[in-house]
Design a protein around this ligand. Structure first.
Ligand code: PAF
Length: 277
């Protein structure tokens, strides 16, 4: 695996690869969710590139940028195991030089859910992802379904701006008790880790109700909220049942629906989602 730290080195390496490049952008502290995307990138392309960059512009002022978990040595060894070809580790000063003044913003679907609670978050994501796309020039890029709204914003950006990258969204990878893998799970103490299983249990409840014939989104959401309220460590940011295409809230579930939630367990904010279709 070649490790590159500068934009010019990454571009020079890219010029040497004429066949397809699969790209997995990450913020590091890798887990099986990331590695499954790297394996897919590896299988579907001749070269697999991963970036690790904890992107400051997608964190709000009161968020966890400074304490975001980092372990580069461990990440490098995990990436070697899944046969990554190139690891791009750009520096903050090079991605955002002093005079940096340009932003990429997707409107509409980013106003809702995560966008409501984390203003500016998606602008940071789409800006850094478009910069990374311009530097790495991937054929295909891989994102996880756990961050469903992020994946939709990136798909929309690629469509709207005619960016020549095929976006693939890989399934959420879960722990054996259902908790979606996330770098932020490392913040949880033992008691909180147990409490965090409420997210997937609540998503499963929505699925069971829907499968039993319930299509009224308010009825399902109220039952989901009641279940989360039984967990003393959990505080709800939102519970949503939305049209999977537009992310507008459903009143009646009338097509493919994205059930998503954001819940705080202690100081840790977790998100998860599931599709009803
Ligand atoms: O999902 C992430 O880890 C980040 O939002 C991404 C896509 C790497 C952009 O910083």
């Amino acid at each position: 695996m070649e490790i590159v730290n500068t934009i010019s080195d990454m571009k020079a390496l890219r010029r040497r690869v004429s066949e397809s490049v699969g790209f997995v952008p990450t913020m590091g502290y890798l887990h099986e969710g990331h590695l499954s995307l790297v394996r897919q990138a590896r299988n579907e392309n001749s070269t697999a590139v991963v970036s690790i960059f904890v992107n400051p512009t997608q964190f709000g002022p009161a968020e966890d940028l400074n304490k975001y978990p980092r372990d580069l040595d461990r990440d490098i060894s995990l990436l070697q195991h899944v046969e990554t070809d190139i690891l791009f580790l750009p520096k903050g000063e090079e991605i955002y030089p002093k005079e940096f003044d340009s932003w990429v913003e997707v409107l509409g679907i980013t106003d809702r859910l995560e966008g409501m609670i984390r203003p500016g978050h998606f602008r940071g994501v789409t800006t850094v992802v478009s910069k990374l796309f311009n530097i790495v020039e991937p054929t295909c890029a891989y994102f996880g379904q756990k961050d469903a709204q992020q994946a939709k914003a990136i798909e929309k950006m690629v469509r709207d701006l005619n960016i020549n990258v095929k976006i693939t969204v890989g399934p959420t990878v879960r722990e054996t008790d259902g908790l979606a893998m996330s770098s932020r799970n490392s913040y949880l103490n033992q008691q909180e880790r147990q409490a965090a299983t409420i997210l997937y249990k609540t998503l499963q409840l929505s699925e069971a109700l829907w499968q039993a014939g319930e299509t009224n989104a308010e009825v399902i959401k109220n039952k989901m909220i009641a279940l989360i309220d039984q967990e003393p460590l959990a505080v709800i940011d939102y519970v949503s049942i939305a049209d999977d295409r537009t992310l507008h809230e459903f009143t009646e579930i009338a097509g493919p629906a994205l059930v998503s939630l954001a819940v705080r367990i202690g100081h840790t904010r977790l998100i998860d989602n599931l599709m009803l279709k």
